[in-house]
Ligand binder design. Structure first.
Ligand code: FES
Ligand code: FES
Length: 182
């Protein structure tokens, strides 16, 4: 029979090279570390938030080679050679990204916990070029949950940056079902 300690041996950390917000980085990373934990715990980039930690809320959204992903579902070691953009890398120096500016103008957050993920997701969405209306923005950002319910303002901010015409206030009225008493 094999001694117990043989079963406790964990896989060794492996070298990883990637670019984060334009800066090359080399680290040794254990195979089970997610990209989210690498960014937050190893690199100090805590702008990317951990919400559900299993792909359901979008708080952890970052851009990998320009494409938006849930970083809680991506293993860090799978990102060898890739370019990661987090919320800390969205602005151009002191100049805010147009989406950041629009979020401020439209008051598109309350607690702000979902906001880094919303912004990275919106940047990815615009790069994808698949959304051509507010409804499509809503649909294609439906993986980004906002518990404060700032959705109308978020959609206004994103559509403004996309150059889409503003929706009427009526479009944001709550949907009421059932019979109205006469
Ligand atoms: Fe990644 Fe919720 S923390 S989707
Ligand atoms: Fe609070 Fe979106 S602003 S969760």
């Amino acid at each position: 029979m094999r001694p117990n300690h043989e079963f406790k041996r964990l896989p060794a950390a492996r070298p990883l090279s990637l670019t984060v917000n334009g800066r090359p980085a080399r680290l040794n990373v254990e195979p089970w570390v997610t990209l989210l934990d690498l960014l937050r715990e190893r690199m100090g980039l805590t702008g990317t938030k951990k919400g559900c930690d299993h792909g359901q809320c979008g708080a952890c959204t970052v851009l990998v080679d320009g494409r938006r992903i849930n970083s809680c579902l991506a293993l860090a070691l799978m990102q060898e050679g890739r370019a990661i953009t987090t919320i800390e890398g969205l602005a151009d120096g002191e100049r805010l990204h147009p989406l950041q500016q629009a979020f401020i103008e439209h008051d598109a957050f309350q607690c702000g916990y979902c906001t880094p993920g919303q912004l990275c997701s919106a940047a990815g969405l615009i790069a994808e070029g698949q959304a051509h209306s507010a409804d499509e923005v809503r649909e294609l950002m439906s993986g980004n949950i906002c518990r404060c319910g700032a959705y109308p303002q978020i959609v206004r901010a994103v559509t403004q940056v996309m150059g889409l015409p503003p929706e009427s206030e009526r479009a944001h009225a709550p949907i009421v079902t059932g019979t109205v008493p006469g």
